[in-house]
Write a protein that binds this ligand. Sequence first.
Ligand code: ZN
Length: 164
Amino acid sequence: MPGAVPPEWTQIDLTSRRGAVGQRITAGLLVASGVIGFAVSVPALFGWWWSLVLLGFACLLIVLLGIGLWINAGVSAHATITLKETGVPVDLPVVAAFETTDESVRYQLQLRLPEPAGGQEYLVHSCGYHGCVAAGRAAPHAELPVLLDATRKTWGVIHGSNVS
Ligand SMILES: [Zn+2]
């Protein structure tokens, strides 16, 4: 039907348990440094109310960043667990690869779905992981291991050992 937009595939960043723990540690350190930084600086800045306001704002920002990171780690860990339970591991052919100028995202890989669903034939994965970079260099003669969940329309590239 023209005009009807099929539901899009959602890419899930398969975080390993270790990755989620690392994010949580970073989050905890951020919150702690915000709180401790404020507590330590308050006596020194006593009387300079505008400095206190600025400092309070900066520390609050750091604490909020930490909390956001903590929540994000939980959300992606949950999505990862769901996909690991319902997804099917498949090797998807890399049909095209584009080198990017971004240092952290070295390649944009175009993967072909085994069965085109809802008019969508390709998935795009942007990544700087060495396995994906190698696949990008070898494209179109490369494959990437992917977890696919056709009913939820979610997918995620398996990076090394992150599915164990
Ligand atoms: Zn990747």
